[in-house]
Design a protein around this ligand. Structure first.
Ligand code: GLN
Length: 188
């Protein structure tokens, strides 16, 4: 199986390494030709404004948007979630606008900029998973076809809409592979 990891900025290599541990061929997506033959796509964490700008500069924006709309399984972690959202509460920028969610950037506030937690996410695994948040967004509204997968203190931090998965946290920064496995099941 070939899974692309958008490789313009941010936490790319950690996703690539997790995919390799699961015997998946990870393709770093830097230009349009790299999109050929991928069966899934990960949009990593980083800075959504920077990645958004680079998507336009590299002309990757439209081909990726049309692949997502045509059903390519796609997972956005953190900044990736912001790129996929139709609405962003505290930013005038919009990116792919393919998922019926409203997100808030840097939503946990300065005081708790980054934190870890541990939780069982029944839809993903029976074992507790370490959740790492870094200047993370959360989802403030969900609309049509969106299934909430996980919340922390009533703040939605994981959700799915058909072929699109989003997480506020970073499973690629832990040793746990369960969320990656869950995404691979969406591809199969
Ligand atoms: N704060 C970043 C943004 O708004 C996201 C942080 C992350 O991806 N770890 O784009």
């Amino acid at each position: 199986m070939k899974v692309g990891v958008l490789s313009l900025q941010g936490g790319v290599i950690e996703h690539v390494n997790h995919l390799k541990k699961l015997d998946v061929e990870a393709i770093e997506i830097k230009k349009i030709e790299d999109l050929k033959s991928i069966e899934g796509l990960i949009l990593p964490g980083g800075e959504s404004t920077t990645i958004g700008k680079l998507l336009k500069d590299t002309n990757l924006f439209l081909p990726i948007k049309s692949l997502i709309l045509s059903g390519l399984p796609t997972w956005g972690t953190c900044a990736g979630m912001i790129l996929l959202a139709k609405e962003i509460e505290n930013d005038h920028r919009r990116h792919f606008e393919v998922m019926n969610i409203k997100v808030k950037r840097n939503a946990f506030g300065r005081q708790i900029d980054s934190f870890k937690s541990k939780d069982i996410i029944p839809k993903i695994s029976k074992e507790p998973i370490e959740l790492v948040f870094i200047r993370a967004p959360y989802i403030t509204e969900v609309h049509n076809d969106v299934e909430v997968i996980h919340s922390i203190n009533n703040k939605i931090v994981a959700a799915k809409q058909n072929n699109i998965l989003v997480t506020s946290f970073h499973p690629e920064l832990t040793n746990n592979l369960e969320v990656h496995k869950y995404f691979l099941k969406m591809i199969n």
